[in-house]
Ligand binder design. Sequence first.
Ligand code: ATP
Length: 580
Amino acid sequence: MAESYKSYVQQLLHNGLKSRKNSFFDHIDGKLLIEQSQRNVRYKIEQQNRNMGNCINFGRGKSSKLQKNQVPNSPLSVNSQQQPIISPSSVQFSINNSNTNGITTPSSSGVSSASSSTTSAIVLKSTNENTRFQYVAIFDYDARTNDDLTIRKNDLLEITLRKNAAWWKAKNENGKEGWIPSNYVAKKDSLESEPWYFKSIRRIDAEKQLMSDVNEHGSFLIRDSETKKTDFSLSIRDNDSVKHYRIRQSEDGRYYIARRTTFPNLPELVIHYTKTSDGLCVNLRQPCVHIIKPEPDGLSHNLVDKWEILRREIKLIRRLGHGQFGDVWEGVWNDNVSVAVKTLKPGSMNPTDFLAEASMMKRLRHPNLIQLFAVCTIEEPIYIITELMKNGSLLDYLQNPRSRQLKIPALVYIATQIARGMAYLEQQNYIHRDLAARNVLVGDDNVVKIADFGLARIIKEYAGGMYEAKEGTKFPIKWTAPEAALYNRFTIKSDVWSYGILLTELVTFGRTPYPGMTNAEVLRQVDQGYRLPQPPNCPATLYTIMRECWHAQPENRPSFSTLQYRLENEYNGENPEFSN
Ligand code: ATP
């Protein structure tokens, strides 16, 4: 191997690449709703009593999302002044007047309320332990390396070292110490530690998770409001639908759904509506079970910034498929983590170009982009180690007869995720250049991630925001915008064109676009203004979006962030065409 290449590799490896913490899935899971909420509330009360010589503080600070657990006024400090309920227009689904008298629905959880007697019965751990174990596990994590720590949900942990944003060293109550992904723990008694708090997930994702089979009538979650920073939204599964309620904050920082009943913090609000529906469609029964667990950042704590690994760390298990540059295998890293391994045919890519591309991929971190874990470049064939996606490419998935059951909302949900991943690339000034169903991969529960950034380039490195494709490069013509196909002008707007074509693949279950037309015909006709007609069963609203993606003038096509926004809202049932 040429010395220059070796030193280039070494330089890249030494420089490393800062990876981002995956914040989208950085939310929590859990089942022990009441216990946990009450524990948190009681713990605060005990702490407060201890600090103030049992004198309860009636003062209230202004609440914020970062300071969830304000000290309650009393163990159940529901403010039950009979104030008028909030107007229907101000909640997503308001509590209706006929149902505001606090009709008590027995809680299926069978957990007792937070009364002062039960509060005093709580045996708190020693103050020492309380201050030492400041974190709680919110997901299970199985050690991947000898120096990792296996944790189980609700384990109390002491954080002993924060190596980087993604991996921390933690000690458990048995004194065992090791590395854990930082997005698997939350500060004890924080809002993030509540099993029902799903942080900033979108309404569309809340619905998706609540409607999954593992959840049932009365499952619920609380998330940050999409429209107002200080507010939250409560999403509840109501048999076969999901209802959303706005949780507001009064001027004095108390939380309420209906103004007549206010609470000093969210746990108390949850406890109240667990015991009684009090105007909601159903009382809160169990926190939504997470169907998506966050990915740790990288394979392990020492592969975040360093990413060349030894080939012997990888075992190839079975061949999954093959592409232009070589085979794709299911593999195992360190005998315990399933990965996908792309093996590049010797000589199929210039190693320097490859490393430059791989370094870009490694920096791009988003829940809807395939995560690049590591590479083996020192010997041929080069290995690219990425996240393994169980259900293979979106194209194969759609063409599988079982996919015919997917209804429009499920297809739009897939389209939304792709728009999210692309909006992230757009924000990072990247272009994909080969967006198509074959380059999107499918995991469980219709989670999709965009793969193959092999052709992406940083736009700003090129004059005028254009990337001029190399002479003779083969384009997938039917997915390519005319200005890209004819004049090699690739921009994020040519990706938007391809996205419009991908939408047709979705609604036709993987049919090749422009059936019966050759590439040359497509190129000529599209240049003359011809566009794919509305596919059968494609909602008119979705076809309107496709047509906008195919605007002749690239600048008149919508941005991916606009596409994301529109799909999220249209999917949300505001447009009846998208509903089941
Ligand atoms: P090209 O080489 O032009 O990019 P391609 O995208 O079809 O073509 P690959 O990216 O090499 O080829 O992938 C080949 C097949 O391997 C895919 O169609 C998919 O079924 C499977 N595959 C690729 N990456 C993964 C992954 N991360 N997880 C699971 N399966 C994968």
